[in-house]
Design a binder for this molecule. Structure first.
Ligand SMILES: [Zn+2]
Length: 265
């Protein structure tokens, strides 16, 4: 009985996190456990085989059907032609890297220009959207359901060299307001803003690369396809950048000081 409950819970969690991941894992486990390796003693073999099948189906089969829903996957790995990569491969394994083609094109165009202007630059993305349909809620980013939004990492440097965000998943290690900078959210607890103080010391030898991040914002804002970018007001002030399409949310908003939120027309 407890195995059934654990399986159901895993199915539900994977469905919430990845839309079709629960279904894929259930199908893979069913085939491997009961068809390929029916012997009780081979349970671990079935576990390994079903995990491998999950990864293969997720990365090879799901993208094929996503096209029917007008979604394309963002690149899995950065190349010189497409210097764009997920901050963590888990975004891809959970099917959270699907967007409208125009979003992918805008990010790729910007990344190529960034790589020309600042050698070695790459754009690292976080949550995009799910592969199938605009009705399935994507937690905790409900607005991402339409495939027109994607979260991008800021640029960081360590010892004068370009590097990735301090947080291994891009979220939750943020740039707090410095003394004198506007802090409209300070002292106003919200369900949408998690302070997570215990994580704020993670990889803090990596500093926000203000010049490169400002350039990234400029490139994105220059593109007529960009409808809106969300960035906390204190970072707009620190970077010295303002634009009618560069906004921040005053009330009941998720943090936008650990990443920027890009919305494409
Ligand atoms: Zn977002």
């Amino acid at each position: 009985m407890h195995k059934f409950l654990a399986g159901t819970l895993l199915f539900l969690v994977l469905t919430v996190l990845s839309q079709v991941g629960g279904l894929i894992l259930w199908a893979c486990w069913h085939v491997c456990r009961y068809r390929l390796f029916p012997d009780e003693a081979r349970r671990w073999l079935a576990f390994l085989a079903s995990t491998a099948a999950y990864v293969a189906v997720t990365l090879l089969f799901v993208p094929l059907l996503a096209g029917l829903f007008g979604r394309v996957p963002m690149p899995l790995f950065a190349t010189s032609e497409a210097p764009v990569a997920p901050r963590s491969l888990f975004f891809c394994l959970l099917n959270r890297h699907y967007v409208k083609p125009e979003v992918k094109e805008l990010v790729l165009t910007t990344a190529r220009q960034m790589a020309k202007d600042y050698s070695g630059s790459q754009i690292h993305y976080l949550d995009g959207g799910f592969p199938y349909g605009p009705k399935f809620p994507m937690l905790p980013h409900l607005s991402h359901a339409d495939g027109r939004k994607i979260d991008l990492s800021f640029c960081y440097e360590k010892g004068g060299k370009y590097t990735v965000s301090p947080s291994p998943i891009g979220y939750w290690v943020y740039e707090s307001p410095k003394p004198g900078e506007p802090a409209p959210h300070q002292g106003k607890p919200s369900w949408f803003r998690w302070d997570l103080p215990v994580l704020q010391g993670v990889n803090r030898d990596r500093q926000l690369d203000e010049e490169r991040t400002k350039h990234l914002l400029r490139m994105l804002l220059k593109n007529p396809g960009t409808e809106k970018i969300l960035l906390e007001i204190h970072l707009q002030e620190r970077l010295g950048i303002s634009h009618p399409r560069l906004r921040f949310q005053q009330r009941e908003a998720a943090r936008h000081d650990d990443h920027l939120h890009l919305q494409v027309k």
